[in-house]
Design a protein around this ligand. Structure first.
Ligand code: HAM
Length: 433
């Protein structure tokens, strides 16, 4: 049997690839206006980076990471040997930890300097149970800003994210921006304990997962989809009532900036997100579009003022978000927005008979060198079939090259839309097109 693609992965065929490029280009253009510059970090990092950065108790780290082992190290592992930290590698499940590591390692944040603003795009890997909108290899476009703790950074990021969604065509009325503050090292520990105690007080009615989470990661119980857990968690203590003065002030100022820019949001005190590094602002964009099922989050992010320190760098505040490409594409298609676009070919050079084939080939090279996208027949087709092929390739013009045209250094140039034809010198073709 032919070997098929791994479960939970997708081939980005030329049509999808064209849209992916448009998607990333559009995002980068919008984010560059706020000073974000592109960066690329490795697809795999030391496992410890994710364990310490994202959190050992998160689903992403405890259940969904793909381990990357070199051939030589695999032999060691099979022989029961323990690998050194630098050889324990994992495919990146998200982009933030790697970008923050790169900022720390390259000393990009300087004292008294402007905040470092970086954007990235690429594949991420999570060994989740695949379903529509939930893949094992998926693509994100994200941004990270380090070196500023002002709420204006959070608001600026959220605003440019919403501008991007609008620009790419997600209907504004189908989007919901959820906003919350998760507090910080001053106020969150006490809140976390309060939620843990609340879960323990109701544990007889809660699911196994939530009971286990009570100690390690009690806030995740807010995300449990089981009806009983949902009912119980609806009355759990809320973070908004537990925020310290500084966190409350930060949150209020983020909202003030968003209000001033006319950005609509819904406060959701139960929004906790699945990654441990968040402090203060967290947000998620969900879409209300039929067919999205439970995978309605098309992007999310927040502030992570403790992450750099957690992974061994200097204490530096940070903020960022990531957009899920595949989910946005599903949302756009469900909303009736065209995402597929066919290739365009500037010119098809058709030869009337075999004797002009070599000249057609050379002419095609000259036109390509002049910057045109050009196709020729490679299969000895009849002139009629060459026109059919040109049509299929959506060629804008067809240059017909017969012995008479060749003798005059010209072609008969046919406009495929206007259905007009004229004799054009071969050397004039690039300008004419
Ligand atoms: P996240 O919420 O885990 O955040 O992922 C961001 C987006 O990636 C999600 O909203 C969703 O659209 C998409 N996504 C996540 N998992 C999958 C999957 N298995 N299949 C398809 N799409 C998926 C982060 O990754 C953070 N790094 C965002 C961030 C940046 N926070 C601060 N800076």
């Amino acid at each position: 049997m032919a070997i098929s693609k791994p479960e939970g992965t997708e081939d980005l065929l030329p049509e999808s690839m064209r849209f992916y490029r448009t998607f990333v280009d559009t995002a980068f253009r919008v984010f560059a206006r706020s000073g974000y510059a592109p960066v690329e970090t490795p697809l795999f990092e030391q496992t410890d980076l994710f364990v310490r950065g994202i959190g050992e108790a998160t689903d992403v780290v405890s259940k969904e990471m793909f381990t990357a082992i070199s051939g030589a190290n695999l032999q060691k592992v099979l022989a029961g040997e323990k690998l050194k930290a630098k050889s324990r590698l994992s495919l990146r499940p998200e982009g933030t930890a790697g970008v923050v590591r790169a900022i720390a390692q390259n000393g990009l944040v300087t004292q008294g300097g402007a905040p470092v603003k970086l954007m990235y795009a690429g594949p991420m890997f999570r060994a989740e149970r695949p379903q529509k909108g939930r893949l094992r290899e998926f693509h994100q476009v994200g941004v990270e800003c380090m070196g500023a703790d002002d709420p204006s950074i959070d608001a600026e990021g959220i605003i440019m994210l919403m501008r991007f969604y609008e620009q790419i065509g997600i209907p504004r009325e189908n989007m919901r921006l959820l906003l919350n503050s998760m507090g910080d090292a001053t106020c969150r520990p006490a809140y976390r304990d309060a939620v843990r105690d609340y879960i323990l007080a109701h544990e007889d009615r809660m699911c196994e997962d939530c009971r286990t989470r009570a100690e390690a990661n009690p806030l995740r119980a807010f995300d449990c989809k089981k009806p009983d857990c949902k009912t119980i968690m609806a009355d759990a203590p809320l973070i908004t009532e537990a925020l310290c003065y500084d966190c409350r002030d930060h949150y209020e100022r983020v909202k003030t900036y968003l209000d001033a820019s006319g950005i609509a949001y819904r406060e959701d005190p139960t929004l906790v997100r699945g990654l441990d590094y968040y402090t203060r602002t967290v947000f998620e964009i969900q879409v209300d579009i039929e067919g999205m099922g439970s995978q309605s989050a098309i992007g999310g992010g927040g502030r992570y003022d403790g992450l750099m320190h957690e992974i061994g760098g200097k204490d530096t505040p940070g903020f960022g978000f990531a957009i899920g490409y595949e989910r946005c594409k599903i949302a756009l298609e469900a909303a009736g927005v065209q995402t597929a676009s066919a290739s365009t070919c500037d010119l098809f050079i058709a030869c009337v008979e075999e004797s002009t084939r070599a000249e057609a080939f050379t002419l095609a090279q000259r036109c390509r060198d002049a910057g045109l996208s050009v196709e020729v027949d490679h299969q000895g087709r009849s002139l009629r079939s060459q026109f059919k092929l040109a049509d299929k390739l959506r060629a804008r013009k067809v240059a017909v090259l017969g012995p008479q045209e060749a003798a005059r250094g010209a072609v008969n140039l046919r406009d495929m839309e206007q259905h007009t034809e004229e004799l054009v010198q071969q050397s004039d073709l690039p300008q004419r097109l």
